[in-house]
Design a protein around this ligand. Structure first.
Ligand SMILES: *[C@@H]1O[C@H](CO)[C@@H](O)[C@H](O)[C@H]1NC(C)=O
Ligand SMILES: *[C@@H]1O[C@H](CO)[C@@H](O)[C@H](O)[C@H]1NC(C)=O
Ligand SMILES: *[C@@H]1O[C@H](CO)[C@@H](O)[C@H](O)[C@H]1NC(C)=O
Length: 370
């Protein structure tokens, strides 16, 4: 099997036309996944083998943000799930039509040689409205989608967008044209404090109202809800407080980001599994913010500094996930699938199962009528 993988990669790099050797136990598992799922559950995977513990009764797409894993490709296909490439390119490079075409050709050929089912475009660069990059980005999405659909039947091209279409982090893209040009937008409903314009304090990573209001904005721009996948965070932010007031307000250092005076960049991103190990022994225990509808806790570190940690858990996620069904969005997903505790510890096992289950709070109709 390892030999086969080597051959596949070598063929991809040389651009040769020879067909790659299927690394799966059964040849048909190398066929691209063609059918549509009623609800997308889109999982970013950053590598390693914890994918073996995913809830595969839910997963429909895995985006390979770690190293290509032939075993994962075969397994995903055996479950009817797509396994897609990561696509990132410097926008200044793809303003040139020929370079853009070459980039797309290379990605399609890589996907084919690795028996993959599409690509996730993760281009989070700042773009000014009506700049050459603005138009080049829209063309990139359209041309990538056309080429993938033509070369890999049933393939999926997705594009990652910020939590709101309002030029967040100076990403002023042509959201409407981009949505029309690809199969789905993965809306990153997190890092929502990347630009804090008001009080420089610790707040929720993915506050309820702000998150859902932004979907209303995408839909208000005439983007079809069926193109939108809600992305939720399986990580939180650990802030070191300059001051933690009696009311529990944690003032944070001013770290500017893309024009804003203050940002979540002063905090540190931490996995759900880490917070679950820490919350019970924290000074506050799990607290709940009724306005942001998010959990948080306070703790004191080894050198006596106070911290405030904001995160998402099954309660906050299921509140947002209810909107997916209500508005008829295409699906839901997370950054990222590897952040849970997949050990055999019974408490961890339950917590991880609860996180997967929170993605789909209501049982689908088919289960209810059967
Ligand atoms: C959500 O926020 C908007 C303004 O940002 C406000 O008008 C609205 O009342 C809020 N909705 C809820 C349910 O809190
Ligand atoms: C911390 O906040 C309290 C009020 O909650 C204020 O009296 C105090 O001056 C603040 N300390 C610092 C170092 O900002
Ligand atoms: C933390 O406390 C909760 C609620 O009391 C409990 O369900 C959970 O098992 C505890 N977590 C750990 C790691 O002990």
């Amino acid at each position: 099997m390892w030999f086969s993988v080597f051959v596949a990669v070598a063929v991809g790099l040389s651009g040769a036309r020879a067909a790659a050797v299927c690394p799966c136990a059964r040849e048909e598992l190398c066929q691209p996944v063609q059918h549509e799922h009623e609800l997308e559950v889109f999982v970013f995977d950053v590598g390693g083998k914890t994918w073996k513990s995913y809830d595969w009764s839910k997963v429909t797409t895995v985006a390979a943000f770690g190293k290509y894993d032939a075993e994962l490709m075969c397994y995903a296909h055996s479950k009817g799930a797509r396994y897609v490439l990561k696509g990132d390119v410097s926008l200044s490079d793809i303003v040139d039509n020929a370079k853009r075409a070459a980039w797309i050709k290379e990605k399609v050929s890589l996907a084919k040689n690795q028996f993959m089912d599409g690509i996730n475009l993760d281009i989070e660069q700042a773009v000014e409205q009506s700049s050459p990059e603005y138009y080049a980005l829209t063309s990139l999405v359209k041309e990538t989608t056309d080429m993938f659909h033509q070369e890999i039947p049933g393939s999926q091209v997705s594009f990652d967008v910020a939590w709101s279409p309002k030029c967040i982090d100076k990403r002023c893209y042509d959201y409407n044209a981009i949505a029309n040009s690809c199969d789905l937008l993965f809306v990153m409903s997190y890092d929502e404090q990347s630009q804090i314009w008001g009080d420089c304090i610790a707040m929720a990573n993915s506050p309820f109202n702000q998150t859902l209001t932004a979907y209303d904005e995408y839909i208000g721009m005439k983007i079809d809800p069926k193109k939108l996948v809600m992305g939720v965070p399986w990580y939180g932010y650990d802030y070191t407080c300059l001051n933690l007031s009696q009311e529990g307000v944690c003032t944070i250092p001013k770290v500017p980001f893309r024009g804003a005076p203050c940002s979540d960049a002063s905090g540190k991103q931490i996995p759900y599994r880490t917070m679950m190990k820490q919350v019970n022994s924290s000074t506050s225990g799990r607290l709940w913010d009724e306005i942001q509808k998010a959990p948080y806790y306070n703790y004191k570190d080894k050198v006596g500094k106070l911290h405030q940690v904001w995160y998402d858990d099954p309660e906050s996620i299921s509140l947002k996930a209810a909107y997916v069904a209500k508005q008829g969005l295409r699906g839901i997903g997370m950054w990222n699938g590897n952040l849970l505790d997949y050990s055999n510890d019974p408490v961890a096992k339950q917590q991880s199962a609860d996180m997967w289950n929170a993605l789909i709070p209501n049982q689908p109709m088919s289960v209810m009528v059967s």
